[in-house]
Design a binder for this molecule. Structure first.
Ligand SMILES: O=C(O)CCC(=O)C(=O)O
Ligand SMILES: [Fe+2]
Length: 199
């Protein structure tokens, strides 16, 4: 493996701006007790918690911030699909969650989209990850590593940064180190744009 090859991805810095990044952070802090251990899906699409594969926590209920985030995504979606050479039908669904990686948090190499239809009515096509955290930053590591056939690229989880890549692409979250306080973690919003399957 070399770091020379760059898998397809798009980075947008300053995606929401400091005011909205701060709002997300406030929301995370106000809902700390509602975060629960993240799951991941096995090849059989069983939702599983296994902290040797993925160690992070998630918040599914984002109140009004969910719709606001979806609107911001819609503003850049055409740009992202063009840059990534991904085709989306007019009807799509968005799956959105907030995630926190604490000290030692990581997510081992995986792809977000299953290689074949799996009984769901839609499939993940595009993965978008938006990064934010408390200021000043008190965690280290936590890079997103995107793999291609002959290498990888590491994307830093920089403040107010959006990264987008095809959901079928192989990737991982490198280990995060931070002091133990909840507020000191690596925070993100995951947004998957899903394509409906025709019955
Ligand atoms: O947080 C990231 O950088 C990526 C997260 C991820 O791969 C996932 O939740 O499926
Ligand atoms: Fe992922």
């Amino acid at each position: 493996m070399t770091a020379a090859a760059t898998p397809a991805h798009v980075v947008i810095d300053g995606f929401l701006g400091a005011a909205r990044a701060g709002e997300l952070m406030q929301f995370a802090l106000a809902h700390e007790s509602e975060f629960s251990q993240s799951r991941f899906y096995t090849a059989e699409r069983a939702a599983r918690i296994d902290t040797s594969v993925r160690d992070s926590s998630r918040l599914l209920e984002l109140g009004p911030l969910r719709a606001a985030f979806a609107v911001s995504v819609d503003l850049v979606l055409a740009h992202l699909t063009r840059e990534l050479n991904v085709r989306l039908p007019s009807e799509t669904k968005k799956e959105i969650e907030m995630v926190r990686y604490g000290d030692g948090g990581f997510f081992k190499r995986h792809a977000d989209a299953p290689p074949r239809p799996d009984g769901h009515d839609s499939v993940r096509v595009l993965t978008l990850v938006y990064y934010f955290h408390a200021l000043p930053q008190r965690f280290e590591g936590g890079a997103l590593r995107l793999f291609s056939t002959d290498g990888f690229a590491d994307i830093e989880p920089a403040y107010d940064r959006l990264v987008a890549f095809p959901s079928a692409a192989s990737h991982e979250v490198r280990p995060t180190c931070c002091v133990s306080a909840f507020a000191d973690g690596r925070f993100s919003i995951n947004c998957w744009v899903r394509r409906m399957l025709v019955a």
